[in-house]
Design a protein around this ligand. Sequence first.
Ligand code: DLL
Length: 432
Amino acid sequence: MYWNARMECMPPEELRNLQYRELKSLVYKLYSFNNFYRDRMDEHGVHPDDIQSLEDIRRLPFMYKQDLRDNYPCKMFTSPREEVVRYHVSSGTTGKPTLVGYTESDIEFWTDSLARALTSIGIGRGDVVQVSYGYGLFTGGLGLHYGAERVGATVLPASVGNTERQLELMMDLDVTAIACTPSYMIHMGEVAKRLGIDFRRDTKLRKAILGAEPWSEGMRRHIQEDLGIEAYDIYGTSEISGPMFTECEERNGIHIWGDVAIVEIIDPETEEPLPPGQEGELVITVIKKEAMPMVRYRIRDLTYMEDEVCPCGRSSVRMGRISGRSDDMLIIRGINVFPSQVEHTLMNIPEVGEQFMIILDRKGALDTMTVQAELRPEHFSDKMADMMAIKKRIDSDMRKYLNISVNVELMDPGSLPRFEGKAKRVVDRREF
Ligand code: DLL
């Protein structure tokens, strides 16, 4: 079953022609109406007339998360404010977040992409979908909510947390599919076990749409065997709109809708394109975006493309699992954290010195983050109350600026490792 058979099964040559036409008109529009894009293209010595084929996309300059930060909040927008119907926000590399704006048509193609994706998983009218991604500034909750409503499913907007209540609702309302992070799925399974709930016996859950953080085939097996459900990978980032692309029922890669986005895989060092099957850095151009177009956006996720036609009949390219990142972004309980943000926050606390470490662990299914911060010798005190006050300040600043709660350990001056070369401040003990 297809949601939009014409687009999903378009012959590859026809799709490439469509992509070329859309790209060309997007580049003309950006060059004519937006200072950021015009300046960037001029600096790069490329003009819209130079785009003579789809391959010429390689002549266009890249865009980076830093560009969004530098142009915060709205300087990258290409639609007037009155046309923007929604904002979402995700974390940036230091203090400032990344703001994403959507026109009505942006919400429409995002919803349509998810409607295709959910249909390809076999979710539609008659299903009850529990959306347990966060609702609010994060794109996961509202994105899947709109997509599931569009395919005619009944939506339970559960959001994150209060797991016992979520399980109770899942049973009472005959939920058939859930959308959440893989770690929350595992956590739910553990809480259910503790409460004597058997997913196979006590629920109607059959499918889980899991993403927003790295996970592995091992985790998929574990979830499927433990809970008796089928788990599907879903991918997206706030900059490209939010969650947009999933595996189909074949579960052999994530379908990237070609009329929505053009994907490239490049060598992160040489920036040269890599052929199908070879792993490199994902670069996305979202051809349909109005309010905040993304052209050759360096997402920093590492993966590969598969271009053989999928047995499901959809002609789009498929993306392999995300195997890591080419930058140092960490995803902790679904929240994106850059070590530079931690550093920035700590350096604004006068009692804290230059040395710190970040330690990531997994307790049960949930990630924990410990920040070890060295104190300046003049602020090191044997008074418990002084130490507690500093600890509290670090904890509340991390919550305020990074939106995450951390364990804080204050360290004696001189006790943390010093680095001669590149500092390695993150110890990640989690297993994916
Ligand atoms: O995580 C959007 C999303 C919501 C995707 C719900 C899937 C489901 P951001 O907060 O901007 O957006 O984080 C995007 O998360 O660049 C990847 O590093 C990582 N990520 C997202 N999905 C996957 C996945 C949302 N399936 C960043 N596997 C991306 C591995 C993923 N990593």
